[in-house]
Design a protein. Sequence first.
Length: 453
Amino acid sequence: MLSIPDLIKKKRDGGQLSDEEIKVFINAVTAKTMQESQIGAMLMAIWQKGMKPTEIQTLTREMMSSGEVMSWPDDWKTLMVDKHSTGGVGDKVSLVLAPALAVCGCKVPMISGRGLAHTGGTLDKLESIPGFQVHQSTEQIQDILASVGCCIVGQTEKLVPADRVLYALRDATSTVDSPPLIAGSIISKKGAESLSALVLDVKFGRAALYKDVQSAEKLAKLLVSAGNGVGIRTAAALTRMDCTIGRCVGNSLEVMESLETLKGKGPPDLMELVTTLGGVLLVQTGLAPDLTEGRKQISDAVTGGTALSKFQAMMEAQGVAKGTARSLCSARTDYYSVLRKAAHQLELKAPADGVVVDIDGMDLARVLHHLGAGRSKSGEDVNHSVGAELLVSLGQRVTKGAPWLRLHHEDPTPTREQIARLENTLTVDPKAEARPGPTLVEKLLPESDAFIL
Ligand code: IUR
């Protein structure tokens, strides 16, 4: 049996770790018998030398079984689904998709994260709703799935403890962006949820982890293979992430936009993502015969109000007072009677007549991060009320002086430089023709007859 330093050396020199060696590594991480310096060295060796598909499969499986693996009643087993996104600006898909899938007959134990860097994650968004409790035990999750069909919760203490250790050290050793480590981390957690189907939203573009579609596709293939390797029917969508998803960025503003979407007034780009990702999951579970039908079922649930009722039930099951949940879901609610409004709003004005040809989502998010919408260190608070509403869409004609962005801010107030940066995120072309905004879904993996876009 190789010692830990020998294992590190083997990977450092480009060797392929055996199943037994990966098991030893993950067991030592979980049992905390390996020094942090040794774990860091192994992470860097993996970052540098990579892993073969079989090593990634084993890494994922061993990480998955480092803690509790959830189990579900037999009659749910083909219906358990989840979605994972590699992260985008204004990405509120989960808030709309989870209840829509539950309406269509799925069980959705959506385990989400908090945001690190430019904007909040799904849990931060939901925590802007007074009373919403993201921490639920496995037993509570099962109860909510039985009564409602969906929940959106944080990772429980018992799920994939190896990932908690590795993720913190990846952050500290600049090894976050290693494809095998990303695959092991994401898929082990989905495996521990005992899903039957998973869809991955792998984003590419200016405001995504990967800037070009080729790199995103490489990661997507790795994730799809790792997911199928642990017995989950896994598919991926490669989606464009240059501007923002929908028109709102910032935690409570995104909750409002999600609720408006569930009231049938969603922006087309958000609806495209929700219906496509949901449609894929309905095909994978056999609840829809093809993508066209799957998308229609999801779209009907969102526009017909049934997904809104599910969202209301989910909020109540996760601790929101009945009156609060009812008020947020009523047709003509004043959202600010429930959600906190930032102390200040500032409208920016279009610099010229023309057509909006670009909005830089990444730069917008960076400024919002500095104004308190995101966090720089794990554990930091976010300000739920900070954010921005786009008052225009890509392809739309604007006139000089018309408001195009409403910034919601508190303390710190934006500096002149930050306002200039926000102004620069907008490009107006006086000569361009007005046109609908771009579609976001570029490609589905695996490419098959079931998934024709
Ligand atoms: N989310 C995860 O759960 N794991 C990762 O490695 C990344 C995002 I990057």
